[in-house]
Design a protein around this ligand. Sequence first.
Ligand code: CP
Length: 320
Amino acid sequence: MSATLSAPVLPEYLKGRDFLTFLEYSPEELQELLTLAAQLKQLKRNRIPHKLLEGLSVAMYFEKPSNRTRVSFEVGIYDLGAHPFMLRKDEINLGVRETIADTARTLSRYVDCIMIRTFAQKDVEELAQWADVPVINGLTDDYHPCQVLADLLTVQERFGSFKGRKLTYVGDGNNMANSLMLGCAMVGMDVTIASPSGYQPQPAIVEKAQSIAAQSGATVAVSDDVKAAVKDASVVYTDVWASMGQEAEAEARKQVFKAYQVNAENLALALPEAIVLHCLPAHRGEEITAEVLEKHADVIFEQAENRLHAQKAVLAAIVR
Ligand code: CP
């Protein structure tokens, strides 16, 4: 154990902020969260207590299934000395049993932070608007910022820096594509989304990411050409072809996306040192071959572990 490791000093100016899309943060603040995540990872690895949120409570509300988000938040909240607890959909039924505003104002009287995974981004925004405590987006149909914070931590660990490197995302232009575009643009890493026509990311989010990239010196591109997109990439990223809530489209999507697979042939065009990332769960034989996933399993499961450290950084920084 290193004698120099100690609990980090938390910046006061992030206290009380929501974590909904990344757009609530400046590039410098995002980098600050990454630095904090790396520090918290070292404390955890060295079993040094870091109960920065001692005595507080964090509610977790899920309307979609989860392994990584559920477990990493629960463990992380406990690591920070706070009390995590789950709210089930049949208990809360957001926006149905009572208004979102009433749920937000009630929970704010009991807990110090609300983490929510649901479908509509607007519901998370409304919850945050009415809550007096920070709200964290644990995934919506539009964004998955907790995942991308962990992804950026993983890239930073592997390559040391972002500038001059390209991340290529292959697959559906979904919440992951949206958050990767914003996150990469903010840290100054080039990003290309390779998706078939009709399944590309929302133009408004592409344009927003491009405007951020213009400031950071990065590029944001969207293409339907997988091979051109993967060429010279340092990071090749993919996600399932049918996200949660799109199960009925799964068979049709297998036809649409069959050329949008991370496999040995496409990966050969990336840089020799390229890493493969996957937010998981993975569907082997669809968006990624079993061979590629197992070859890159070390970094993919490091990426999964980094959910814990990244989310702890967000919690420690924003919860009062
Ligand atoms: N990547 C991710 O969010 O995993 P879960 O759906 O298991 O939480």
